[in-house]
Design a protein around this ligand. Structure first.
Ligand code: FEO
Length: 574
């Protein structure tokens, strides 16, 4: 048993055999900051690398550069690097490929195995010649001693370079980001399904959900492999006890997403500037509204597919590509195809990639608006290195676009139901509350009415939060927030303020008197009472999340007053 390290000493290594001749080197990053959108639950992460030893030896992925000394020293204890025959690259983001150059310096004989796109990306940052072997779905590599590897391309999960590797001998599937989660613990395997489930879901929603169609295509290709005994993912515990269950969750979630009536085509350049993270945040915001997103790399796009995708989409979102170099020519060709395929009924959204030589945003935006496309959110101009608040702004811009696309459906839904059932539902009454939350640099708030006490010990409450609410991302398991209870006869100004439509990234508390709770969330000074809460569990219920939270503190500031009550006539809207 390894003790959980104390804060301040939070980069540790775990090495363990997970199958015959197969060793996991797990780099445990206990305090990874939440600077990427998918790090919503603040449980740290791990970067998993694997060594397979047949007659030949293969290393599957490396690690983040912050583990350089620990990882390389461990690798050298396991094997003489000059004996590594293959370095298999599943995906080239720096958390897995940050040490590729270092490994190649030690293992110059190693042949780098990857998808065509992965090898191209590697050339961009390794800056030294290396032996390579480009593989695609169905390609095999025999390491001997019953380790026959077969590769499966999984483009757009979540980059176009992604590739899975299946070992027919051990039935281990190496998946890198796919089926991963940002969950750091000493558990090598998925022994605690309940504990990892919220992280597994949030990670899927942020990284894989915006590519749901690609997820289903990859699952179909995986069906041709043998039985999968273990999923050796790149983040979190390795899947062993719940392989079928957790793979099937991807299937179910992705099927649900692709059933959406409308699709947004989102174009970006995956290895340029911050284009991928910014576009993921926008995509996440869009999918929260029940709209499907198809993300496409401007540089890895088939022109015919681009044409078809654009024609069937309700909106187009484009990240600015670079103005110079090879990439510019390729991106410009795809941009031309997009422009030739759009129609005036569509919406358009544009954003900067914060690369060194982004295309200027206005001329491109104007080309679309001149063709009659509606600009739904203001062009996202990133003037500084993206931070949490930048990603939140992007997410909210995406939600605005999704809600705009759903507007007719929403109005129709409000008008269509006028049945007795609906009138009866309207007789359910609730109080009036403002939920306020702060997480890192992010703050948000929402007016709530579907709130109920849910337990005595510990004191607990349940709140129904619509999936497309901005604050929803700040109410993940373990997050803290304040429930402000409004006062009868003295709530109109607060209700009016928090009901208004805020621009993406706007400060919800500007002009509102607040104090600060111990954990940082704002407390509304004009509220009748407040409860400080911590999210314990979430249950998905159609268009809402039911969030169960324990109450850790509370105070009534006006003991003589009553709680404001919300009376409705019908139950088909708030
Ligand atoms: Fe874990 Fe996309 O890198």
């Amino acid at each position: 048993m390894v003790a959980t390290p104390v804060k301040g000493n939070r980069l540790t290594l775990q090495v363990a055999d997970i199958a015959t001749n197969t060793t996991a080197i797990r780099c445990l990053d206990w305090d990874r900051d939440r600077f990427d959108i998918e790090f919503g639950l603040q449980n740290g992460t791990t970067y998993n690398s694997f060594l397979i030893r047949g007659e030949k030896t293969a290393l599957v992925d490396t690690s983040h550069e912050k583990f350089r000394d620990q990882y390389l020293s461990q690798l050298k204890q396991l094997i003489d690097p000059s004996e590594i025959d293959y370095l298999i690259i599943s995906h080239t983001e720096p958390d897995h490929s940050g040490l590729v150059k270092d490994v190649l310096d030690l293992a110059q004989q190693a042949v780098v195995v990857g998808s065509k796109v992965a090898i191209q990306f590697l050339e961009g940052f390794v800056h030294q010649p290396f032996e390579r072997e480009i593989v695609k779905t169905g390609s095999q590599l025999d390491l001997g001693s019953d380790h026959l590897l077969e590769f499966v391309n999984a483009p757009n999960l979540h980059w176009p370079d992604t590739m899975l590797t299946y070992d027919w001998g051990t039935q281990v599937l190496f998946t890198c980001d796919v089926f991963g989660m940002h969950y750091c613990s000493n558990d090598l395997l998925d022994t605690d399904l309940e504990a990892i489930s919220p992280d597994y879901r949030f990670y899927y929603d942020c990284l894989m959900g915006p590519n749901a169609r690609s997820v289903l295509s990859a699952l179909k290709r995986m069906d041709k492999l043998g039985e999968i005994a273990k999923v050796a993912n790149g983040h979190g515990p390795i899947l062993s006890y719940n392989v079928e269950e957790l793979i099937n969750r991807y299937r179910t979630w992705s099927k649900n997403k692709t059933k959406a009536e409308k699709t947004v085509a989102l174009f970006y350049v995956s290895d340029y500037g911050y284009s991928d993270r910014v576009s993921q945040s926008i995509a996440y915001g869009i999918t929260k509204t029940g709209i499907n997103v198809e993300m496409t790399d401007l540089l890895a796009a088939d022109q015919q597919q681009v044409r078809e995708l654009v024609e069937q989409s309700s909106a187009i979102v484009i990240g600015m590509p670079p103005t110079s170099g090879d990439k510019a020519t390729e991106a410009s060709a795809t941009l031309g195809t997009i422009i030739a395929s759009v129609s005036s009924k569509q919406a358009i959204g544009v954003f900067e990639s914060y690369g060194e030589d982004d295309e200027p945003i206005d001329p491109i935006k104007t080309r679309f608006t001149d063709l009659g496309l509606k600009e739904v959110f203001p062009a996202i101009r990133i003037t500084d290195t993206p931070r949490e608040t930048t990603y939140k702004l992007c997410e909210e811009a995406g939600t605005d676009l999704g809600q705009w696309l759903q507007r007719e459906k929403t109005v129709k839904q409000m008008k269509s139901l006028d049945s007795e059932l609906d009138k009866a539902m309207g007789r359910l009454s609730g109080g009036l509350y403002i939920i306020s939350a702060k997480k890192g640099d992010l703050k948000s708030a929402m007016l709530a009415s579907w709130v109920a006490q849910a337990s005595f010990d510990p004191p607990g409450i349940s709140i129904a939060v619509a999936k497309d609410r901005a604050i929803e991302a700040l109410m993940q398991v373990g997050d803290q927030f304040v429930l402000n209870i409004l006062e009868e006869g003295n709530y109109q100004h607060l209700m009016k303020h928090f009901l208004k439509r805020f621009k993406p990234g706007a400060d919800r508390f500007e002009g509102i008197n607040t104090q600060t709770a111990e954990h940082g969330s704002p407390i509304l000074t004009d509220a009748l009472a407040y409860l400080e809460c911590e999210v314990v569990r979430r249950m998905e219920c159609s268009d809402h999340w039911i969030v169960y939270s324990k109450v850790t503190n509370g105070r009534v500031s006006k003991p003589e007053s009553l709680t404001a009550v919300h009376h409705r006539k019908v139950g088909n809207h708030y």
